[in-house]
Ligand binder design. Structure first.
Ligand SMILES: [Zn+2]
Ligand SMILES: [Zn+2]
Length: 115
């Protein structure tokens, strides 16, 4: 009988065990994920069909890109509806914050000529 390990996701015993490619991490040299969890992971990936960091809101059902995405003001919407196929999906807006800074002319040396 194969060695039993504990699934790292649900805690059920499982014979599955994978070693980390890069060597031991925090005292363990691998991890276990049971068959049920592997199946669940696969299902999750398949059903979400995430459309990562698109410039436009992109329908995960039909791929339609909403040209009016910029009108979407909320950060999060659980019931966004595709204008093309009418199916509902989640929208999460991630706005990257950047900072632009510059000197003030008042703080430049007197008589500065721009070199
Ligand atoms: Zn599991
Ligand atoms: Zn659609």
């Amino acid at each position: 009988m194969a060695d039993m390990h504990i699934c790292g996701l649900c805690g059920k015993p499982t014979p599955n065990y994978s070693r980390f490619i890069s060597g031991p991490i925090c005292g363990s040299d691998g991890y276990s994920v049971c068959d049920d969890c592997i199946k669940q992971r696969g299902r999750e990936l398949a059903w979400k069909n995430e459309q990562w960091s698109k410039d436009e809101i992109t329908c995960p059902w039909c791929g339609y890109e909403d040209p009016d995405s910029w009108e979407f003001e909320a950060e999060y919407d659980e019931e966004y509806e595709c204008l093309h196929c009418g199916k509902p999906f989640f929208v999460e807006k991630r706005v990257e914050v950047t900072y632009t800074s510059m000197r003030r002319i008042e703080d430049m040396p007197e008589g500065w000529e721009g070199e």
